[in-house]
Design a binder for this molecule. Structure first.
Ligand code: PHE
Length: 330
C-alpha cells in the first residue's frame, strides 16, 4: 500500500507540473482529490487492512492528501501570477498618467433662454404654469375665440389627433386652463413646446413659446406696453430697437406684434418675436369671468426667435440637430 501511495504521489506531482492553465488545474484537482480519485480508493481500503498497519497507512495517506493540496494551491498561485504578468506585459497602459478629464455638458440654448426669460418675469410677479402638449379643441381654439373657420385651424397649420384633440399650436390654452381653475387676480407665464405644420429656416414644426397672462381689475394697454418694454429692454439691453405693430389675434383686442431689430453678418432686419394684446371679452365669457369687471393682457413669445437674436444665429434648425460643435459653444 505504501508503494501504491508513493506511485500516486509521483504520478500526481508530475501531472500537476504539466498543467498550464487554471481551468485544467481545476479539473486535475477533482481528478486527484475527488471521490473517485486513486487516493480516495486507498483511503476506502484502510478499514480492510490489518489493524496494526492502519495508523501508518492512514497517516501516510492523509499526508499525501495534504501534500497534493499544497502542491495544487502553489501551482494555482503560480498560474495566477503568470496570467497577471502576461496581461501587464501585453497591455502597456501607464496607469499613473493623469486622465484627459470627462467633458461636462452645458444647457441647451433654448433651456438657457427659457430660464432667463422666466427669471425676469418671475421678478415682475408672474408665476410659472404648465399645460399638456396634447390639448382639447376647446382650450386650443374655441375658448380663445378662434372661430371654426379661422385659418389657424387649417390642416396646414395644425396636427390633429383623434377625438377632437390637437397638438397645441400655441401656449395660449394654458391661459384658459388657469382661468377655469382660479379667479382673478391672475399673473402667470407658461413656457413649453408648441406644434405647427411648418418648416423652413425660421420655422420648425416643434418650437417653444412662453405665454403670459395678467388679469385683474383696471388693467390697461399702458400696463401691457410698460411691462413688455421693460422686459424686452432687460432681455436685450439697449443695442436692439423694439417696435410695436398693430395686429390681430382672435383672443386679444386690440392686438400688437412686437419686433426686435437684429444684425447677422452685417445685415440689420426686424424679427417678430411676440404677439400680445388685451384679453378679448369673449375669452372671459368662455371661462365665466365677467368682462365688465375684469380686464387683462396676454402675450406669447417665441423662444427660438429670441435665442436667434441673443446668440446671432440665422437658422432655427441648428437648435434641433444636436450637433456637438454647435451646442458646445453655449
Ligand atoms: N398665441 C399667439 C401665437 O401663437 C401669441 C399670442 C399670445 C398673441 C397671447 C397674443 C396674446 O401666435
Amino acid at each position: 500500500m505504501i508503494d501504491i501511495l508513493n506511485s500516486i504521489k509521483t504520478d500526481s506531482i508530475s501531472k500537476i507540473n504539466d498543467i498550464d492553465s487554471l481551468h485544467e488545474l481545476d479539473q486535475l484537482k477533482s481528478f486527484l482529490l475527488g471521490k473517485k480519485s486513486p487516493l480516495m480508493d486507498v483511503l476506502k481500503e484502510i478499514p480492510k487492512i490489518p489493524a496494526q498497519d492502519r495508523p501508518i497507512i492512514g497517516k501516510q495517506a492523509n499526508q499525501l492528501k495534504e501534500d497534493l493540496t499544497n502542491c495544487l494551491n502553489q501551482k494555482k498561485q503560480e498560474l495566477i501570477n503568470k496570467e497577471r504578468d502576461h496581461f501587464l506585459n501585453n497591455n502597456q497602459t501607464d496607469i499613473s498618467l493623469p486622465t484627459s478629464g470627462l467633458p461636462s455638458g452645458t444647457y441647451h440654448p433654448i433651456t438657457t433662454v427659457t430660464r432667463l426669460i422666466c427669471s425676469i418675469l418671475n421678478r415682475y410677479g408672474y408665476a410659472i404654469k404648465q399645460g399638456p402638449n396634447i390639448e382639447s379643441d376647446f382650450n386650443n381654439f374655441e375658448a380663445l375665440n378662434i372661430a371654426p373657420n379661422h385659418p389657424a385651424r387649417d390642416m396646414h397649420d395644425t396636427f390633429y389627433l383623434k377625438n377632437k384633440r390637437v397638438l397645441r399650436t400655441h401656449t395660449s390654452p394654458v391661459q384658459i386652463r388657469t382661468m377655469l381653475m382660479q379667479e382673478p387676480p391672475i399673473k402667470i407665464i407658461a413656457p413649453g413646446k408648441v406644434y405647427r405644420c411648418d418648416a423652413d429656416t425660421s420655422h420648425s414644426p416643434v418650437f417653444h413659446q412662453i405665454e403670459g397672462l395678467f388679469v385683474d381689475k383696471h388693467i390697461t394697454f399702458a400696463d401691457l406696453k410698460g411691462t413688455l418694454e421693460a422686459f424686452l429692454q432687460e432681455l436685450f439691453g439697449k443695442n436692439h430697437a423694439i417696435r410695436f405693430r398693430s395686429s390681430y389675434f382672435p383672443f386679444t383686442e386690440p392686438s400688437v406684434e412686437i419686433d426686435v431689430s437684429y444684425t447677422v453678418n452685417g445685415k440689420t432686419s426686424w424679427l417678430e418675436i411676440m404677439g400680445a394684446g388685451m384679453v378679448q371679452r369673449n375669452v372671459f365669457r368662455h371661462v365665466s369671468y365677467d368682462p365688465d369687471s375684469y380686464t387683462g393682457f396676454a402675450f406669447g413669445l417665441g423662444i427660438e426667435r429670441i435665442a436667434m437674436i441673443l446668440y446671432e444665429i440665422d437658422n432655427i434648425r441648428l437648435f434641433y440637430e444636436n450637433d456637438h460643435r454647435f451646442l458646445s459653444q453655449f
